[in-house]
Design a protein around this ligand. Structure first.
Ligand SMILES: *Cc1c(COP(=O)(O)O)cnc(C)c1O
Length: 339
């Protein structure tokens, strides 16, 4: 974007905010007699976790070749989204752009923060309507790529980054299932870019609630001072560090899911009530059915739970790629469907 000035983007109260200084900020060594944080001296879980998640950031830094100062860790992406609202969007004053059909939390988080929503739907090809987007003025735009629930990588993100006069949040929750290398490498070229990723999908750690944002160090510093000090538990930081240490297992699982995605496409195509399977760069398929509501109910009655998306994409259900056994069962149940 042209003439980007960060200060003019940030809420004045956040720009001026003096962060909470935790006891562990003043002394950072591991060894010593710690009588500074009113912790209980007994037990194995008695100490507060690292509020700066240094070890986890170091592991992410090594894997992705990005300095730790460019990394923010949230209690799931949901917290990352909320922090972006809190840093940039003045309640009852600012607007954000979202491009439905897309991830529902952008809208919920906007509503929680009392921030106005400008909806600019994706076009018939599920691509960004760049002209309309660039004709609007908003503090922030949320772009999900690969998009949930449509499954596709979005084109034209670069154009938005070049020309949109606000913060561009690119949600890459599914990027590891995609051939696209994503936008993390672009954070040095675009001062208005925040890229969000998560441990919940490809890293198989949804239970741990660990979300990540990459941006320039000034934006990361603002997000850091706005977050609750101990926002990610020590257990969950450790789970993420453990996952990162086994990249073979990570790759094996992602490869298996991709192989299963192809198999599901092949098997679903054979079913008479499947009208269309949208191409997917993610670990799910958006499938158009002759009667989505009926098939959804039928699947639930057979204890197979998928996501009915008929209200956001007419006639469609979203199917997450499961284990080989789960997928085989899904197909078996669907084969027995009689309309
Ligand atoms: C699943 C998902 C996330 C992950 O959210 P967490 O809070 O990290 O579990 C983020 N964005 C999108 C689009 C998702 O579908």
């Amino acid at each position: 974007m042209k003439n980007f000035e960060l200060k003019s983007m940030v809420r004045p109260n956040i720009w001026e905010l003096k962060p909470y200084s935790s006891a562990r900020d003043e002394f950072t060594g591991d060894e010593g007699i710690f009588l500074d944080a009113n912790e209980n001296p007994f037990g194995e879980r008695n100490r507060y976790p690292d509020p700066h998640q240094r070890e986890l950031k170091k592991a992410l830094s090594n894997r992705n070749n990005i300095p730790v100062d460019n990394i923010f860790i949230g209690n799931g992406s949901d917290e990352v989204i909320d922090i972006v609202f809190r840093v940039f969007c003045e309640p009852l004053e600012d607007s954000v752009i979202i491009c439905p059909p897309t991830y529902g939390m952008y809208e919920v988080s906007a509503n929680i923060n009392n921030v106005n929503i400008i909806r600019i739907p994706l076009n018939d090809e599920f691509e960004l309507n760049t002209e309309l987007i660039l004709s609007e003025s908003a503090k922030c735009i949320f772009i999900c790529s690969p998009n949930n629930p449509t499954g596709n990588n979005l084109k034209n993100i670069e154009k938005i980054l070049d020309q949109f006069n606000g913060i561009v949040m690119v949600d890459e929750a599914y990027i590891d299932f995609s051939d696209s290398k994503g936008f993390v490498d672009a954070i040095n070229r675009y001062p208005n870019l925040i890229v969000m990723q998560t441990f919940s999908k490809a890293w198989a750690l949804a239970k741990a609630r660990v979300g990540v944002a990459y941006s320039n160090k000034d934006i990361i510093a603002l997000m850091d001072k706005t977050k609750p000090p101990y926002n990610v538990s020590g257990f969950n930081q450790q789970e993420a560090i453990n996952a990162l240490s086994d990249s073979d297992k990570f790759k094996e699982r992602v490869d298996l899911i991709l192989e299963q995605r192809n198999l599901l496409v092949k098997e679903l195509t054979k079913l008479p009530f499947v009208k269309h399977i949208y191409p997917s760069d993610a670990n799910f398929l958006l499938v158009k059915m002759s009667d989505a509501d009926a098939i959804y109910k039928y699947l639930v009655s057979n204890k197979v739970i998928v996501r009915n998306r008929a209200t956001v994409v007419p006639g469609c259900i979203r199917i997450t790629v499961g284990s080989p056994e789960e997928n085989a069962q899904l197909i078996e149940v669907l084969r027995n469907y009689k309309d």
